[in-house]
Write a new protein. Structure first.
Length: 352
């Protein structure tokens, strides 16, 4: 992270700075040397007053309830949907460009839903709502591999099953998994903690992520469908999902079945995916190679393996995806959105 005196550099606020995504945002802004002239760490009143080191200097966490959004040009929101719904309008009203990492504005027609590697062109102009939405952590890696396939062969159907890590529920989710694992190892019959995950996640697999909808699908599954269609510009895309929580600390995985309009050659598919920005295909040279959440590789890449074209249906193939949900699926995408917006010279209200 680079503190500068340049008056054209933005003033940045991180809302939810003490959470898992907020902490990752701080790491990435430092790693990527995003220039700023002021930085404000903001969280709920119960976290206010904490000191967090940034760039070798202590930064005091400010209370969201008392924060003046007139002080900033870019506000990253990652404190939950209810917080975004309550406070994003105040930030926009004060002239801040909001990059929101919740579902609050993703399907708003005036708000672009952006994965820069896919639909960066929507960042050529400021959003009408003053908000740029960051997609769901499982949607981002999925659309990163679907777009080149759609352009080359056309897509008829996508079926995806996710294997989502505990970090999708933040620091508390990780802590509950670790605590439950320790308890279960001491006593397999003990009652395990289940505040964040119900049933408990330790030594378990839970095929239920987020709220149940009238359709029988969960909200997480519905988000993947709606967001994929919006990002890819394919409102009728036939995509369906089953979202599963697994006892993994960090990094989501996905098993993806794709049916295309035209027959697919595996070698061409591997080459196409390998050429995508920040995508690593593990079985390009060795078909026995595959990524796992524990050791996928570069934390900022979408990792692909198990590339299999069906021998009975050359218009169908499987992919296995692994990506760091706190980075690729959240904070990194948000920072890259900010980088694109700054490179194009627009901020809501301008840099003051």
């Amino acid at each position: 992270m680079t503190l500068v005196t340049d008056p054209t550099a933005p003033r940045i606020a991180l809302i939810g700075a003490t959470g898992a995504v907020g902490s990752t945002l701080i790491e990435l802004i430092e790693e990527r040397d995003l220039r700023y002239r002021e930085l404000y760490l903001v969280a709920s009143s119960r976290s206010a007053g904490r000191q967090i080191p940034v760039g070798g200097q202590p930064h005091e966490v400010r209370s969201l309830e008392d924060f003046d959004f007139g002080l900033v040009d870019i506000a990253f929101f990652s404190a939950g949907t209810s917080v975004s719904r309550a406070w994003v309008p105040a930030a926009v009203a004060k002239g801040a460009l909001v990059i929101d990492n919740t579902r609050a504005y993703r399907m708003d027609p005036d708000t672009p839903l952006v994965v820069p590697q896919i639909n960066y062109a929507v960042l050529d102009r400021p959003p009408g709502s003053g908000v740029i939405a960051n997609p769901n952590c499982s949607t981002i890696p999925l659309v990163r591999v679907l777009q080149p396939v759609e352009r080359r062969w056309g897509i008829r159907q996508v079926v995806v099953s996710t294997y989502q890590a505990a970090s999708g529920q933040g620091h508390q989710g990780i802590e509950e998994l670790l605590e439950g694992t320790e308890v279960a190892l001491r006593d397999p019959d003990a009652d395990l903690p289940s505040e964040r995950f119900s049933p408990p996640l330790a030594f378990n697999v839970v095929p239920f992520v987020d709220e149940l909808q009238d359709s029988g699908f969960t909200l997480e599954e519905q988000k993947m469908v709606q967001e994929s269609r919006k990002i890819l510009g394919l409102p009728d895309l036939d995509v369906t999902a089953t979202c599963v929580r697994v006892p993994v600390v960090n990094s989501h995985s996905e098993a993806v079945w794709v049916q295309t309009q035209e027959p697919v050659d595996r070698a061409e598919l591997v080459g196409l995916l390998s050429r995508q920005t920040e995508v690593t295909v593990h079985d390009a040279e060795n078909r026995a190679a595959f990524p796992t959440p524990l050791k996928a590789g570069h934390p900022d890449h979408v990792h692909v393996g198990r590339v299999r074209v069906s021998p009975h249906n050359p218009r169908g193939f499987w992919l296995w995806l692994v990506s760091d949900n706190l980075r690729v699926g959240a904070a990194l995408n948000a920072v890259q959105i900010a980088e694109y917006a700054l490179a194009r010279g627009f901020l809501s209200g301008g840099v003051r």
